[in-house]
Design a protein around this ligand. Sequence first.
Ligand SMILES: C[S@@+](CC[C@H](N)C(=O)[O-])C[C@H]1O[C@@H](n2cnc3c(N)ncnc32)[C@H](O)[C@@H]1O
Length: 314
Amino acid sequence: MKKYEEIYHPSVLLKESIEGLKIDKAKLGLDCTLGGAGHTVAFLKANPHLKMIALDQDEDVIEIAKKRLEKENLLDRVSIYYANFKDFDLVLKEEKVDKVDFIFFDLGVSHFQLRSDRGFSFWEDMPLDMRMDKNLKKNASDIVNTYKEKDLIKIFKEYGEEKYAPLIAKEIIRYRGKKKIESTLELSKIIEKVYLSKYLKKKNISEKDLEKYKDKYKKIFGKHPSTRVFQALRIEVNKEFDSLKEALNKVSNHLSPGGRLGIITFHSLEDKIVKNTLKGIKDLKLIDIYYPSKEEIEKNIASRSAKLRIYEKI
Ligand SMILES: C[S@@+](CC[C@H](N)C(=O)[O-])C[C@H]1O[C@@H](n2cnc3c(N)ncnc32)[C@H](O)[C@@H]1O
């Protein structure tokens, strides 16, 4: 398991964010997802007159960001807060600021979180946690061990678009009747079993041969079978969609006229929430949508699903 300091997070759509947010014209910006400070550093370097307010709900990640900013001699141009972005207006109030020239979101988890021992990944065995903010009360293990079957089905469907949601929920209930589900691999094995049984049945292969098909998931299913359920649990644990909607509804009140909003999403559900929430806000106009270049995808495969929406306050 790696410590945060040993992990590198490649920031996505950097050049495009600088252009879309008109960083060269901005005096004060707000980064709602500081992470490893990749975007904040790039913004500050692109415009020597720019000052930033930045927040993140992960206290560990904030320490990494501070070190990076200090190393780059940029720390004195950023005010950093440990906060959920749904409360970004309170952070601005604390700073005695009403409006900023741009607001930026780079949604989802950072590589620091994915590659750490916080339970976001099904590639290594670790406690099934998934809280970005360690002060949250409920973690992923609490959810899989206490939610009713119908609620598990609902979150796997709604937040993961998981086609086998009912079968996986049923298998979870059966398993937890005997033993509490505590680790990432424990849950992942339950999901793999459902996928493989379905596959073997379809291909008319005996369950006895199940072992032979393990570790061939990518070839068989295109994605690891646990991808969607893990995404759904992460969204539920961190109440990601509620926070996003709450934050987006406040953006327009805190952008200067002509100010810009930039949001990077990583999957269609997230993008749909952004699109639909902002559709109802009359004084925010969609200006552009950027996608990663072929070169960026070659260098960082995780960027392939990224999409940057730019809006302007009119
Ligand atoms: C993809 S990373 C950001 C990476 C950053 N832009 C960089 O280039 O280094 C997303 C960050 O947003 C944070 N985050 C996610 N949801 C949040 C929320 N509701 N409030 C505050 N921070 C949040 C996560 O903790 C994570 O550090």
